[in-house]
Ligand binder design. Structure first.
Ligand SMILES: Nc1ncnc2c1ncn2[C@@H]1O[C@H](COP(=O)(O)OP(=O)(O)O)[C@@H](O)[C@H]1O
Ligand SMILES: [Mg+2]
Length: 378
């Protein structure tokens, strides 16, 4: 599995969009999403307007979730079978995993990550998968431990969604960095869970606490990033000695990616600026990681060519001479709380899945997702 995968999901039109006679401008064909530019749709073809009518973008997965009667309809189960099972198999192997939903407010991020009671989303399904692990993974661990935490980042400040906090000052938790174990939130409550029912109880408790504020797009829009973290530790025997495989799964429901409208009140604008800051930093971090890994693989291939032409044993070459000339770019994890906290799940021993969601008129974010996809996977 490539280290970063990008999926895109198209949701049905909302009642409001239907009432306004909105049109779906995206088509999905296997792994390709095609966006129709309605501004040039009725144009007579000619050399004076070079804009494309349809622009196609490739993704690792494209989900069409418009009409359940449609044979290509992607239900919550279909999304879980692709993305959720990748998360689970990565966690069982000891990877840190990060799965996050990106898109405008109302595009269906929370629906995909959490779902509704009638249509359960990725997070509860992944938790269920951790507890019902069987069959496909023949090497069963002797025992495993699941600990969860749930936090919210709002205006670059953190609060615990699973602990009663001071109503006047709820966002007081500090992010710190341990030299060995990496960034963590000081004082964040960790909850040991032994079955699926307990996890669902905690998820519901945290969701109820998430801050919502009315925006012109969606009445109960989430203006904060929510990170549900699962620490999954397996006790195993390695060469007959007791050992542990630890992995961390971060399931992130990002705040809306829309631009702040200058007609909003001051609080809304501050929110928007902070949301954009963390999303921009996230984009920079992901593309810098991609550039670095590309540089690393080209260094590796140069080394393999050099060692092929040389009779010295494998291993006698180090990457030093090559990597010494091309430095890895600095990754600005600490420029936002979101990226700082996700540091060890974005880089290093980790796998990242991004689910971008689109609805009627979200070409901007769509293109952004496409760019990060290209950067990661080229
Ligand atoms: N794939 C989907 N199928 C059916 N309804 C959806 C789908 N995605 C989103 N919705 C509905 O659209 C509305 C907005 O979705 P929501 O997840 O709250 O958006 P966001 O979290 O991005 O702001 C909700 O009423 C949700 O139930
Ligand atoms: Mg939401």
């Amino acid at each position: 599995m490539a280290n970063v995968k990008v999926a895109v999901r198209v949701r049905p039109l909302s009642k409001r969009e239907n009432a306004e006679e909105g049109r779906i401008i995206v088509e999905v064909d296997n792994k390709v999403a095609k966006v129709r530019n309605i501004k040039v749709d009725n144009r007579l073809d000619g050399p004076w307007d070079s804009r494309e009518k349809i622009v196609a973008f490739s993704f690792d997965y494209c989900y069409w979730s418009i009409d359940p009667e449609d044979p290509k309809y992607a239900s919550q189960e279909v999304v879980f079978q692709d993305l959720g099972t990748s998360v689970l198999s990565g966690a069982f192997k000891g990877y840190n995993i990060c799965l996050f939903a990106y898109g405008q407010t109302g595009s269906g991020k929370t629906y995909t990550m959490m779902g509704t009671p009638a249509s359960v989303g990725l997070t509860p399904r992944i938790c269920e998968g951790l507890f019902s692990r069987q069959d496909d993974y023949s090497e069963q661990p002797a025992s495993c431990r699941v600990e969860v935490s749930f936090l919210e980042i709002y205006n670059e400040r953190v609060r615990d969604l699973l602990k009663q906090s001071d109503h006047k000052k709820p966002y007081t938790l500090r992010v710190r960095e341990h030299p060995e174990t990496g960034p963590y939130v000081q004082g964040l409550s960790q909850h040991l869970v032994t079955d699926y029912k307990q996890v669902v109880g905690l998820l519901e408790e945290g969701i109820a606490k998430r801050i919502t504020a009315a925006t012109h797009i969606h009445d109960a829009s989430s203006r904060s990033h929510a990170i549900f973290t699962i620490h999954y530790t397996q006790a195993i025997l390695e060469n007959n000695l007791p050992s542990e495989i630890a992995s961390k799964i971060n399931l992130v429901d990002l705040a809306g990616s829309e631009r702040a409208d200058p007609s909003y009140c001051k609080d809304r604008i501050t929110e928007g600026a902070n949301i954009n800051k963390s999303l921009v930093t996230l984009g920079i971090v992901i593309s810098t990681l991609a550039q670095n890994s590309q540089m690393f693989s080209s260094c590796q291939s140069i080394n393999s060519i050099t060692s092929e032409g040389d009779s010295s044993p494998v291993g006698s070459h180090t990457t030093g001479s090559v990597s010494g000339t091309r430095r890895q770019a600095y990754i600005p994890y600490r420029d936002s709380i979101l990226t700082w906290l996700l540091k060890d799940s974005l880089g290093g021993n980790s796998k990242t899945i991004m689910v971008a969601r689109i609805s009627l008129n979200q070409c901007l974010f769509f293109i952004y997702s496409h760019l990060s996809c290209q950067l990661q996977l080229q």
